[in-house]
Design a protein. Structure first.
Length: 477
């Protein structure tokens, strides 16, 4: 019989059968009990070794971190803590690991320390759980859209446009940085570069996604996006993954309905399919909360919070209504906000978003109809001439998890906006073409995948929910 996954053994499928398992030793106690983990699930498999049948050398090499194969019969365990175990006299050492030097000792390590050994942290319970939950969510995203008849579209990673118009982009170039070609006026001459123009890593697949929606009706992208913003926070990465659905014939309200249904589906999917890992993460968070002073602790545990979000309607309110609430909020009056709210038009900071969600409504909130001046150029201008049909979904502990809008489908209005922010029309000729030939009302949004994984795993820092985080000053591994 071939190699069997530990998960399947622990499900009871192989009782009384002889199996081979392969994995990494977590602990080895009393020269008799190996806790083996192969990553297929959180729980280790107990392997009971007949140490008299093993040679000294093999016994010595069964150390924390080593990879081994074990062959034996699956039996019901008499010991506490596990239902099944394997009894064996056949152990093969596959890869030795020096227990003195192995950085992961069988004890609790800080998340900060584990970030420094991101190549090994996946071997811990916490990161194994996060990787598995992350995988399940990726699968759920595709399942959700596929079953609704949306098509997945790959949009380019290298582009010549700035979708968000925020200028926070990484240049992609094959020029020799030590000998840059210059134009007559001293600028770098990108016409001599690989693509014959200045290119960058994409900040969003939306603009290309829109072209597909205006033919396939309902599409989504799910790809890596890059932002060169110097935000060293627990919610920002320079490289993150974004899911961007784009739908023809949807207005802003249809868009909000889809966003709410989608995130609830993902939370429910995790609850239905990742319960072992989520139960572990729930406990991890509860232990972490206990270290905090009473008044800083979260009211709800992780699982309770997830169920709450899956089962309750989100609050929907306009930016204007939100400003009224914030202006009169205690932390605003007592000057506790770092950015005080006094005028309509102010951009909302994460402290304001979190106040609305965590203190005022105690629910996820969808804010919509923002001032045009603080939102991207492609958002549809409302009748009032000063707000756009934008919407942000705000989550407890996270702040903005989704940003989206109805798009400006009117050619003339779009051209005006593009001009106003100083983008050359010729740079977006193809985007404008979609408004010249069979334009249609359409909408879409972007869900920050790591922020979602953060919410679902209860991890406080976004660097801990992506295998190898990219942040200012850090591109190790
Ligand atoms: O609000 P953003 O910038 O919207 C867009 O990019 C639109 N083009 C999306 C669309 O309408 N198709 O980003 C969308 C989401 C945010 O709500 C946030 O969850 C996440 O992407 N996000 C980040 N996540 C991690 N690190 C960063 N630096 C992020 N910037 C945005
Ligand atoms: Mg946004």
């Amino acid at each position: 019989m071939g190699k069997i996954k530990i998960k399947d053994i622990l499900n009871g499928k192989y009782l009384q059968q002889e199996v081979t398992v392969k994995g990494w030793v977590r602990t080895f106690r009393s020269n008799r009990f190996i806790a083996l983990n192969d990553g297929s699930c959180l729980t280790n498999l107990q392997i009971v070794v007949d140490f008299e049948a093993l040679d000294e050398q093999t016994l010595k090499q069964i150390t924390t971190g080593a990879s081994i194969a074990a062959r034996g019969v699956v039996v019901e365990s008499l010991g506490k803590g596990q239902a099944y175990e394997i009894q064996t006299s056949e152990i093969e050492i596959i890869g030795v690991s020096d227990p003195e030097k192995y950085p992961l000792q069988p004890k609790k390590h800080s998340l900060e320390f584990l970030r420094e050994i991101a190549h090994l942290r996946v071997r811990t319970n916490t990161f194994g759980a996060i990787y598995r939950v992350r995988h399940n969510l990726i699968y759920a995203v595709h399942k959700y859209f596929h079953e609704k008849g949306f098509f997945n579209v790959h949009t380019p990673i290298i582009t010549g446009s700035d979708a968000e118009g925020a200028g926070e982009m990484f240049t992609v170039s094959a020029l020799d940085l030590d000998h840059l070609p210059r134009t007559d006026d001293g600028q770098v001459d990108f016409s001599a570069d690989f693509f014959g123009k200045h290119t960058n890593l994409t900040v969003s697949g939306q603009l290309e996604g829109e072209t597909a929606a205006l033919a396939l009706t309902e599409i989504y992208t799910f790809g890596p996006t890059f932002r060169a913003e110097n935000s060293n926070t627990s919610r920002h990465l320079a490289e993150f993954w974004m899911i961007e659905p784009e739908m023809a014939f949807y207005d802003l309200h249809d868009n909000m309905d889809l966003a709410e249904e989608f995130v609830k589906y993902l939370v429910s999917f995790a609850l239905e399919n990742c319960m072992d890992d989520l139960t572990f993460l729930n406990q991890r968070l509860a232990d972490e909360e206990k270290q905090k002073p009473q008044h800083q602790r979260q009211e709800m545990g992780l699982l309770a919070q997830l169920r709450f979000v899956a089962d309750n309607e989100f609050v929907r309110l306009t930016y204007t209504e939100a400003i009224d609430i914030l202006r009169n909020a205690k932390p605003n009056k007592k000057k506790k906000f770092a950015y005080l709210i006094d005028e309509w038009g102010a951009d909302l900071q994460s402290e304001h978003e979190r106040y609305l969600v965590e203190k005022h409504f105690k629910k996820p909130v969808i804010l919509y109809n923002y001032p045009a001046s603080i939102k991207a150029f492609y958002m549809r201008l409302n009748q009032d001439g000063k707000t756009v049909a934008a919407m942000d979904v705000l989550f407890p502990g996270i702040g903005e998890i989704i940003g989206g809008s109805q798009r400006e489908e009117r050619y003339d209005v779009l051209v005006e906006k593009i001009k106003a922010i100083g983008i050359a029309e010729k740079d977006l000729w193809w985007y404008l073409d979609t408004r010249r030939f069979g334009t249609a009302p359409h909408s879409g949004f972007g869900l920050g995948f790591e922020r979602l994984v953060q919410f679902i795993t209860g991890m406080g820092n976004i660097r801990d929910v992506i295998p190898f985080p990219r942040t200012p000053g850090n591109a190790e591994f």
